[in-house]
Ligand binder design. Structure first.
Ligand SMILES: [Zn+2]
Length: 368
């Protein structure tokens, strides 16, 4: 992605001002000079350069000691944004994300996805129009992030490269479950190592190592080699036991299932217990090699209550291979946790945009 026009060359010392303003509250000149030990003339010159580059803006005025109101400066979180896109079977969702990770704008377009050139052209136009609208509102996009599924079953899959080449802005593709993980990273900036499990019609996974998401294939971990056939061609995969079809009855929705479960219906409780046991078994296997937090994402995770998460914890903790702490992580000896993730429906669109924002912030040396 061409970044030359995005990031101007900064003089020595300007980056520390930028970092101070990015990570903190708006600060007046006096506060910046005190925090960074720089003289007023040097500070003035650097602030002017940062302001001219659009990297910082005047935030407002603060009452100062002499009774005069001092200008405060802040990082310009609206200098740029990124557009994230997810294409579902009947809609295209575009989300614009600012440099502070805030969703600035969002557009949902109802359209049936088809693997043909006409659809690719229409999809690209929908994305282009949204990008133009966001730019016109004063926040030019850095690029477009496409959340791309990599299902084993590719029979009905779209040619994302064909869509990408029709889009005007530079395009970055992020695998769908990695995009979920990027969104989790925004919500939990300290997260380094974790496994994200997407729980829905399919199971999906991403593995976070050192704060970077990688596509996983944990959904095809065999829980029972003699179990039912999976779409991957294997037998008894996690994907076979923990997709939503294992909870819901024929024609039942997830809210419907969890509503009946709440009333204590015995068959629903049995199915829930089996489902939790299968998921716990998978987490035990994951923990045997990778002592990391497990974040549960996707539509099913959104319905799990604290008691069910606690039950998962108990099932996993009872297993010696899975109850170890992360070795070599230093001061933190706490056992890894199982937690609900964000569970946002369009988390992949958001995450595909945030991946671009994160790259940009890294280039500005504002993020590790
Ligand atoms: Zn499988």
């Amino acid at each position: 992605m061409p970044h030359d026009d995005h990031i101007p060359a900064l003089p020595d010392g300007a980056d520390e001002i930028l970092a101070l303003l990015y990570h903190g509250e708006p600060v007046a000149k006096r506060g910046i000079a005190d925090a960074l030990h720089i003289s007023a003339p040097t500070l003035n010159a650097r602030l002017r350069l940062l302001e001219d580059a659009g990297l910082i803006v005047v935030a407002g005025h603060r009452q100062s000691t002499g009774g005069r109101r001092a200008r405060t400066y802040t990082f310009n979180y609206r200098r740029r944004c990124a557009i994230g896109v997810t294409i579902r079977s009947t809609e295209i969702v575009c989300i614009a994300v600012g440099l502070d990770g805030t969703a600035l704008d969002e557009r949902h377009t109802t359209i049936a996805a088809h693997a043909d050139a006409a659809f690719y052209g229409r999809a690209a136009r929908i994305i282009d129009e949204f990008a133009e609208q966001v730019a016109a509102a004063g926040t030019p996009p850095l690029g477009v992030g496409l959340a791309v599924p990599r299902h084993i079953n590719t029979a009905s899959s779209l040619d994302y490269a064909a869509i990408g080449e029709r889009i005007t802005l530079p395009v970055t593709t992020t695998e769908r479950y990695c995009a979920y993980a990027f969104a989790e990273l925004r919500a939990r900036p300290a997260l380094r190592d974790a496994v994200c499990l997407f729980l829905g019609n399919h199971i999906g996974s991403a593995v976070l190592q050192g704060g970077l998401p990688h596509t996983g294939a944990l959904e095809h971990m065999p829980l029972d080699p003699d179990g039912p056939r999976c779409e991957c061609g294997g037998n008894g995969c996690l994907n076979v036991y923990c997709s939503s079809a294992n909870l819901t009855e024929e024609g039942e929705s997830l809210p419907g299932f969890f509503g009946v479960l709440e009333q204590g219906e015995v068959h629903h409780r049995d199915r829930m217990r089996e489902w939790l046991r299968s998921l716990a078994q998978a987490i035990i296997s994951i923990r045997a090699v990778f002592a990391a937090d497990v974040l549960l994402c996707g539509p099913i995770a959104g319905f799990l209550d604290d008691a069910e998460i606690a039950q998962l914890d108990r099932l996993v903790a009872g297993h010696p291979a899975a109850s170890r702490t992360a070795a070599g992580t230093g001061d933190d000896d706490a056992p890894p946790r199982i937690a609900r993730g964000l569970c946002d429906v369009y988390q992949d669109a958001y995450g595909a945009a945030y991946a671009i924002v994160r790259d940009h912030l890294r280039e500005l040396a504002l993020l590790r």
